[in-house]
Ligand binder design. Structure first.
Ligand code: TTP
Ligand code: MG
Length: 603
């Protein structure tokens, strides 16, 4: 933990980190203004349902505020230009571009919602300091309460360098993407986020550690401290701890009576502006989902239409993400008319990766594939709803919840190929939608974003997680000797999933299975994966001594000798290598991720 003292600790490196928080100014409005520059000079409101979710600064000058009712906003500013912002596609795309750009500084970047990011520039600052005279370093932008006192740990100089970096980053975002931004610079995430909006729009503010406690006491409500949610606020208020100053002054022992010991310490530290949570590099989301809420739907065909519309939009998100989903979740919010309450229920099942096809590096789903998905969705729906009785829904949701993991076969050849791929795939990592509860849920209590709206198609926002391994199946194409001689030359794009060909093999089987599945004999089993069936098809007919007939000889011959030898050994001793090729029955049980897959003749 960082020091609990609000004064500087001379001699110790008490404030070693340099953190930047970047927030895009009137984000959705800027996306619209970049799309249509005519909107720049008029007051603009972005509307979702009957709410203004944001407005440009022109409109804010008239008093239009975030989360205002459209009717009120129009009273405040009759010439307000309204743009519908319910389709989040372009906002999400812009958000991803900003995140990608921030990666170029090679520092940890944590995405927080659509338009906020933390960047830990500690290492970069240290590097910069090696090449400059400390006396020549100046602050860029505003400083919160500049006092002239120097902390001997050197944090002031580091924060000055960080403020220069923040300026550089903001300039690059503007030059390359056209967005103006605000930044907060501090030695921790809490303070960086909180000072970020002090000089809006298009500016930045640095706070030094000695002002942390005093700055925190300017926050009127404990609710404004990121990570203090509604429930904690209620508990604090019920014990007459309302302002941040109240929290600073209440003895820890008293806090411990109402919260766990860890929580009490955490609350106390936060009130003093102390926060040691790290900037966690954001990876791909654990799930990708969409929801649609409405007053009520009680007819199955209407539900089907809603799911169909959601699926179309979800497939766009999945295509952008690039990973192949293997699990689908359906969520419903049921209205209990008797109790006047509602509750959510979900069901999920595995789906066949072969529904997804990679065409020119892009993930697509054929019409047949979409029908298959709709069949699965409606089957899950039927499990959630007893159709013999009336039902009332107020929300439907769809999410792909698991993605194909990279293969981890025991074969050394697979590992040999994969090591390189994993390195290359880091470059391909893209962040998509999002963030909610990280170790510290900053979005929850931000004064600006605490109000949530029950919007149609609201994003399902999974937590930022570690980067996921990239999923792949080697494409069975002929590689030149040069290409395979060094695995490092294998392109990720070529090694990524190419289920189209597998699909060709398995399509017939799938179709016949589908027919027999409706209605399914065993409703308990939702795993529709046909990978093992594919393997079965592939394996039938192989009887060559060294090189089975199902192997594409051209591909085999193009492999380095070392690999050829290893494969031959494996074919000779299928059991010891974990591969069998004897009977279709055995193959059916084979794990889908065996090396065999890569040697199917290219049809
Ligand atoms: P914010 O960063 O809170 O707002 P902003 O970027 O529009 O404005 P500011 O200049 O004050 O930073 O939110 C980012 C986007 O999130 C915003 O453009 C619209 C969207 N949003 C919602 O969809 N619902 C909400 O309740 C809020 C507050 C924002
Ligand atoms: Mg913003």
């Amino acid at each position: 933990m960082e020091s609990s003292s609000s004064t500087c600790n001379y001699g110790d490196n008490e404030h070693p980190r340099s953190i930047i928080h970047i927030d895009i100014d009137c984000f959705y409005a800027q996306v619209e203004m970049l799309r249509n520059p005519e909107l720049r000079t008029v007051p603009l409101g972005i509307q979702q349902k009957n709410i203004i979710v944001t407005s440009n600064y022109e409109a804010r000058n008239y008093g239009v505020q975030k989360c205002m009712l459209v009717s009120d906003a129009l009273k405040t500013c009759p010439n307000l230009k309204l743009v519908n912002g319910e389709d989040l596609h372009d906002y999400r795309a812009a958000s991803n571009k900003i995140f990608e750009l921030l990666q170029t500084w090679k520092c940890p970047v944590e995405k927080l919602g659509m338009d906020e990011n933390f960047i830990d520039v500690t290492k970069l600052v240290e590097e910069k300091l090696k090449c400059v005279h400390i006396e020549s370093v100046t602050h860029s932008g505003h400083i919160y309460n500049e006092s002239g006192i120097e902390c001997l740990c050197g944090c002031h100089t580091r924060l000055k360098v960080a403020s220069q970096l923040a300026n550089e980053i903001r300039q690059k975002i503007y030059d390359e993407l056209g967005f103006t931004t605000c930044a907060g610079i501090a030695h921790n995430k809490l303070l960086a986020k909180l000072v970020c909006p002090l000089h809006k729009p298009n500016n930045q503010t640095t706070i030094c550690p000695e002002h942390a406690t005093e700055f925190m006491s300017t926050l009127q409500s404990v609710r404004f401290i990121p990570s203090i949610g509604l429930k904690t606020t209620e508990t604090l208020i019920s014990h007459k701890i309302i302002s941040v100053t109240d929290l600073q002054q209440v003895p820890l022992d008293i806090l411990k009576k109402h919260f766990s010991s860890d929580m009490a310490v955490r609350l106390k530290n936060l009130s003093l502006g102390e926060d040691n949570t790290p900037v966690k590099q954001t990876g791909k989301p654990q799930s990708i989902g969409l929801e649609d809420s409405f007053k009520t739907v009680s007819v199955k065909s209407e539900v089907e239409d809603k799911f169909c519309a959601l699926l179309q939009r979800l497939l766009i998100l999945v295509r952008e993400d690039g990973r192949i989903p293997v699990s689908l979740r359906v969520t419903l919010r049921k209205k209990d008319a008797k109790r006047l309450s509602s509750h959510r229920e979900s069901r999920q099942c595995q789906i066949s990766p072969s529904i997804f096809i990679i065409t020119n590096g892009s993930l697509t789903v054929t019409n047949v594939g979409q029908q298959k998905l709709m069949t699965i969705i409606m089957r899950l729906f039927n499990k959630l709803i007893d159709l013999s009785k009336p039902f009332h829904l107020t929300l439907v949701g769809l999410a792909f919840t698991k993605f194909q993991e990279r293969m981890t076969g025991r074969s050394s050849i697979v590992n040999y190929l994969m090591n390189d791929i994993s390195v290359q795939s880091v470059l391909n990592l893209q962040n998509d939608c999002d963030t909610s509860a990280s170790s510290m849920d900053y979005s929850a209590a931000s004064p600006s974003s605490s109000t949530t709206t029950d919007l149609s198609d609201a994003e399902v926002e999974p937590s930022p997680k570690k980067p996921k391994k990239v999923t792949w199946i080697a494409k069975r194409r002929c590689l030149s000797k040069e290409e395979v001689a060094s695995p490092s030359k294998l392109k990720v794009g070529e090694l990524r999933l190419n289920s189209k060909e597998l699909e060709k093999v398995s399509e017939l089987r799938l179709n016949s299975r589908d027919r027999s599945l409706t209605p399914r004999a065993s409703p308990a089993k939702d795993n529709l994966s046909d990978a093992s069936d594919t393997m079965k098809d592939i394996a039938e007919g192989g009887n060559c001594d060294d090189c089975p007939s199902y192997v594409d000889k051209e591909v085999f011959n193009a492999l380095p000798d070392e690999m050829q030898q290893e494969l031959k050994v494996m074919w000779k001793n299928p059991t010891s290598s974990g591969m069998t090729r004897s009977s279709p029955r055995t193959m059916n049980k084979a794990k889908p991720n065996t090396l065999l897959k890569y040697f199917v003749p290219h049809k």
